[in-house]
Design a protein around this ligand. Structure first.
Ligand SMILES: NC(=O)c1ccc[n+]([C@@H]2O[C@H](COP(=O)([O-])OP(=O)(O)OC[C@H]3O[C@@H](n4cnc5c(N)ncnc54)[C@H](O)[C@@H]3O)[C@@H](O)[C@H]2O)c1
Ligand SMILES: [Zn+2]
Length: 395
């Protein structure tokens, strides 16, 4: 792969504007199959793009539902939710908007209840559509309401953060937090369609944007060496949020995630666990540093550095792999070390990792690279090697 932007995905012959710049990623899940439709500057023509999921939005008798509850947050409402609303209303849809406070605290039971209340008042039926316009918080919350209202109603994702465009809007995991645990209450509920407009990323604060690149680099480092090379060759484009680079980066990340989701939709065979590369460390760092100190993608970035060093110590890769990965993370502006002031000890990190909800019977599980672009799950890494890497990188 090189500087060009290979059209590894179909370009459709749709009627919406910007079709020449449109990339479609198909997610094959039998009756739950859907498309991820990626454009730049196409939010105003959303209703036309819904054509692709017409069948799944149809009520018995073939009539397409034209009732939508748009769920969004206070930041995104002003920027994009009203564009979505106008696009749908101009096409004859009956729409209401439900706005939540921006931030993780909105992924709670009270927020879900408020959505149910509005759905009831709106006289929503089983064919009413929920449209999630926002980041991962809005997508997870609105998706969970859609999974549970009337035993499941259709929902479409219109993700507006990089993290949501390359990760959370794809794969059907929806849910909310419980006071005692993140994402503790949830369901698998695949969206009916995912509509991505990369131009929405222009307004994303720099730190949130770069944090999303952590997940992008994760896909390259753990699943696809050619994609990793493409990212290395396009650091400038990523930093500048160049639209052609972004469309390719988002589409390819979605393709890689979709491949895994197709192979292990409900995380039963362990294949989906590869997506957690860097995350065993990252979850511990996020909790120990305190909420808000490290953004998720920043913690994943540091976590990948630790995972690569651990793989190196165990003889799985040589140091050049770790160096290339660290080089790319740094080049896009991601942190590769814990913040100095965090002051967390090896024991704290180890204890925290043992409490991770993905830990089986107290046994540490790591996703480690065995070469650039390939990672595997390991359950038998000696604790002394983990401790040695934690000590070494704390210096
Ligand atoms: N379901 C999954 O598979 C999955 C995967 C990864 C993460 N998640 C979840 O995703 C959530 C994090 O998502 P996030 O990082 O998108 O955070 P977020 O939804 O909180 O969005 C981050 C901030 O950006 C603002 N924002 C969103 N789009 C914007 C735009 N285009 N311009 C300006 N501001 C904008 C939001 O209002 C918010 O303040 C977490 O709750 C996490 O658990 C879910
Ligand atoms: Zn993640």
């Amino acid at each position: 792969m090189n500087q060009e932007h290979p059209t590894f995905l179909d370009e459709t012959a749709g009627t919406a504007p910007n079709t020449s710049n449109r990339l479609i990623v198909q997610v094959y899940l039998g009756p739950r199959s859907y498309e991820i439709d990626i454009v730049t500057d196409g939010l105003a023509s959303l209703s036309g793009r819904l054509e692709s999921c017409k069948e799944r939005l149809s009520a018995p008798g073939g009539q397409v539902s034209r009732k939508a509850l748009i769920v969004t947050d206070g930041n995104v409402a002003k920027l994009y939710a009203h564009v979505v609303r106008h696009s749908l209303e101009d096409d004859g849809w009956d729409c209401q908007v439900h706005e939540v406070e921006p931030g993780e605290q909105s992924k709670c039971q009270a927020s879900v209840s408020a959505i149910y209340d509005q759905l009831v008042e709106f006289r929503a039926d089983r064919h009413t559509v929920i449209a999630a316009v926002g980041g991962g918080v809005v997508g997870d919350l609105a998706g969970f309401a859609a999974a549970t209202y009337a035993r499941g109603i259709p929902f479409i994702q219109i993700p507006t953060t990089l993290l949501a465009q390359v990760d959370s809007s794809v794969g059907g995991k929806v849910g909310i937090n419980h006071p005692s645990g993140k994402n503790l209450i949830g369901a698998f509920h695949q969206p009916t369609g995912v509509f991505i407009d990369t131009a929405t990323l222009d307004s994303l604060p720099g730190r949130d944007y770069v944090s999303g690149l952590g997940e992008v680099i994760k896909y390259g480092a753990s699943l696809d060496d050619q994609f990793f090379e493409y990212l290395e060759a396009n650091v400038e484009g990523m930093r500048e949020r160049a639209s052609d680079v972004l469309r390719h980066v988002v589409a390819h990340s979605c393709r890689l995630k979709a491949d895994i989701v197709e192979a292990d939709e409900e995380e039963r065979t362990g294949k989906r666990a590869i997506l957690n590369y860097g995350h065993t460390f990252a979850h511990a760092f996020e909790t120990l540093c305190g909420y808000g100190t490290l953004l998720h993608g920043e913690a994943v970035s540091i976590g990948m550095v630790y995972a690569a060093r651990l793989a190196e110590r165990c003889g799985l890769i040589d140091s050049s792999v770790t160096q290339r990965q660290t080089g790319l993370l740094e080049a896009v502006g991601l942190p590769v070390k814990l913040p100095k002031e965090s002051n967390i000890s090896t024991t704290d990190i180890l204890d925290r990792m043992k409490l991770d909800k993905k830990t089986v019977a107290g046994q540490l599980r790591f996703v480690l690279p065995t070469k650039l672009g390939h990672a595997e799950v390991f359950c038998d890494i000696p604790e002394e090697d983990v401790v040695a890497v934690l000590d070494e990188l704390a210096e």
